[in-house]
Design a protein around this ligand. Sequence first.
Ligand SMILES: [Zn+2]
Length: 268
Amino acid sequence: MVEVPILTYHSNNVLGNAYHNNDHVALAADLKLIEKLGLQVISLDQLMQWHQGQAVDVNVEHAVVLTCDDGSWFDYHDIEHPHFGLQRSFFNILKDHQQATGSKVHISSFVIVSPEGREELDKTCLAGLGWWKDDWWQKAQASGVMAIENHSWDHNHVTFHRDFSREKSFREVNDAPSCDHQLQQSQEYLNQTLNLKSRYFAYPYGNFSDYLKTQYLPQNAEKIGLKAAFTTEPSHVSKDSDIWAIPRYVCGEHWQKIDQLEGILKSS
Ligand SMILES: [Zn+2]
């Protein structure tokens, strides 16, 4: 059976300049490993077309898909980090790799959509230097290297609620009004206000309620323009994967060393 791994990175993960504590360092090294193993980076859209039984002009059998979550400036802009120096953006790491190898690359960036939410997160989770703006979304989308997709209105983030835990978090999005708030509102902002073409949704923290996955999405996805939803369950995607719970491996969580990733990639 053909199975494809989706790898997920967080460009905000900069806690040093080593593979295990910096997702930029990891992504650059992982691209070299993917190249060495003779795997091809395909887009999330190509993978999902294959999942839906459509014809795709790529060899899915030797493929890997890249995604990243949260959508801060570190995805697109090179940033001088106050403690750890200049950080090459995910976008530029991919372009560098494409230039060096001639291999096609692609990453889908799941962004937190609400401008006010990102402004707040910039203060509480980053350095409060305005690194979570959306000035780059159109350019990224137009580049053909990075697609912009939906990571909810505001992540229903811990810092917005007292007595809120990471574990409960998005599981609390479990009725029609809160699902509309997190999913419909963000789809409208991305696709109508900004004219981007978001079709995919990544659950914040990989968490979801039963209602969201088994009722809201099946009933409302077409109306709001969504085609699939993604978790952080560490396994490969097969044609049997649930369209509303497509699994993804997370850098730092499911592998910390490059030989662990090699194990994941070789298990395809
Ligand atoms: Zn997230």
